[in-house]
Design a protein around this ligand. Structure first.
Ligand SMILES: [Zn+2]
Length: 66
């Protein structure tokens, strides 16, 4: 959803761009598969390699089918 809401000029706190979506701001997401619980984990560049479900730190890059 791309609702263009007009941003009112605030007190210049540097918090104008609410980049909470994750996508686009910090690069493309890469899908990983947890080596422990095999759940899909999506990480962006610079993220800590860690499973969100079980906290396992060994993730495998998901293979893309062609
Ligand atoms: Zn896991």
């Amino acid at each position: 959803m791309s609702s263009q809401s007009y941003h009112l000029p605030t007190q210049g706190s540097g918090f104008a761009t609410g980049a909470a979506a994750g996508e686009g701001a910090s690069g493309p997401l890469v899908s990983y598969v947890c080596g422990d619980c095999a759940s899909k984990v999506q990480l962006s560049k610079g993220d800590i390699i860690r499973c969100h479900m079980c906290g396992h730190r060994v993730l495998y890059k998901e293979r893309t089918k062609r």
